[in-house]
Write a protein that binds this ligand. Structure first.
Ligand SMILES: *Cc1c(COP(=O)(O)O)cnc(C)c1O
Length: 384
């Protein structure tokens, strides 16, 4: 075998190939090679700061962040999209369609481009973040902007997909769920066991269910002994599952979970009940605090929606609703760069405008770190 073969075999090949034996809907076999951008294999990063903060509230366990923002289009949607678009190409689909708060459309656009299948995305006219919109544009998708919210966009996409036999890649598509469950398989492969608790944001609720069936699959084959409790979090103003009824005008700063009538509602309940977990709310204020904390104290820039899992963990530890010495995983669903406006709106920069003179910058730096300046000055003097 040549050098290139060896290199190729060591490289991560994307979720369809890496978890080929675990991904299945009715045991359908693939005719063509998978459509892949080498999604998955995202880091499971151990907390250094949050874990310390939470000690104060009696928590003595470990916290890991599954950073799904490091997928090819910067959200977890790529896992499911790789499988769904692989199936779309295999079944000769004419076009792919999806409704989206932004990330599904970004991912569908990229994988559609890769598979050379036209992509139609149906998005709310307002509220899709700039980072997500430009991804769809860059990948050449056709964008239909609906004067309404995500729920009305999904309703339209489902209807038109049916009428025109288009391949719909929302999480009602079983292939999406199959792909997304690979994140929980990766977590078990990395830890060697399942966490005690899995914290995750809940929007259309496909992901919480995906993780759950992944964990269950590994338990069935004996790869893990114990299943985690699934702890899902909705934003207070967009919490249909917690409130027990659809919300007609969902409101939250976290646009990826601004959903009032989740398509996978029953499945989320199932994951919660089977795992003896919970689905609860976090306020926009709690989301924002967690979002800032992640950036400033953990060095991880995630989406506002992603911070809902961290906010949920903080809330539960403060309420003493988690075991003290637990191993916890929080899914960070998307990258912070998806929504630059959120930073501009919510985090005041630490900045100064100065004249282009050494004196000006020296005075400023001296104000910020006076001791260090003195020290370096004296050592400079000693050398001469
Ligand atoms: C899609 C998405 C969610 C919500 O996931 P669901 O499967 O719809 O519950 C949360 N955060 C981000 C960043 C997303 O892209």
């Amino acid at each position: 075998m040549g050098r290139e073969d060896n290199l190729r075999r060591r490289a991560w090949q994307g979720v369809v190939i890496e978890y080929y034996d675990f991904i299945s809907v009715n045991n359908e076999k693939l005719k063509l090679p998978p459509v892949s951008l080498q999604e998955g294999n995202t880091p499971l990063i151990e907390s250094v700061s949050l874990v310390k903060e939470l000690k104060e509230f009696g928590f003595s366990g470990k916290i890991y962040f599954k950073h799904e923002g490091l997928n090819p289009t910067s959200s977890f949607k790529d896992r499911g999209m790789a499988v769904a678009v692989t199936r779309a190409r295999d079944s000769n689909a004419q076009a792919i369609i999806c409704a989206s708060t932004g990330n599904t459309s970004a991912s569908a656009s990229a994988y559609g481009a890769r598979a050379k299948i036209p992509v139609i995305i149906v998005v709310p006219e307002k509220g899709v973040t700039i980072g997500k919109l430009v991804q769809a544009i860059a990948h050449g998708a056709v964008m239909i902007r609906v004067k309404g919210n995500f729920d009305s966009a999904l309703q339209l996409a489902r209807k038109v997909a049916e009428d025109f036999s288009l391949f719909i890649v929302n999480s009602i598509n079983p292939w999406r769920i199959e792909g997304q469950k690979t994140a929980s398989l990766e977590i078990c492969d990395a830890l060697g066991f399942a966490p005690d608790y899995h914290f995750i944001p809940v929007g259309n609720a496909g992901n919480i269910y995906s993780y759950w069936i992944g964990y269950k699959q590994y338990k069935e084959i004996g790869r893990i002994d114990m299943l985690p409790k699934m702890y899902g979090f909705q934003a207070e103003g967009a919490a249909p599952i917690v409130k027990g009824h659809p919300i007609s005008d969902p409101q939250t700063i976290a646009s990826a979970i601004r959903i009032g009538n989740p398509a996978n509602w029953e499945r989320a309940i199932l994951a919660k009940e089977e795992s003896e977990g919970i689905i609860d709310t976090v306020s926009d204020d709690e989301i924002l605090k967690a979002y800032k904390f992640m950036g400033e104290k953990e060095g991880i820039f995630c989406e506002l929606s992603s911070a809902a899992s961290v906010a949920g963990l903080i809330k539960m530890v403060k309420k003493k609703s988690t075991q003290k010495d637990a191993v916890v995983v929080c899914t960070l669903t998307g990258h912070g760069l998806k929504d630059p406006q959120a930073v501009i709106d919510f985090i005041p920069p630490k900045e100064a405008i100065i004249e282009p003179s050494f004196k000006a910058i020296k005075n400023l730096i001296q104000e910020i770190i006076p001791q260090k300046i003195e020290k370096s000055q004296s050592s400079a003097l000693q050398e001469t």
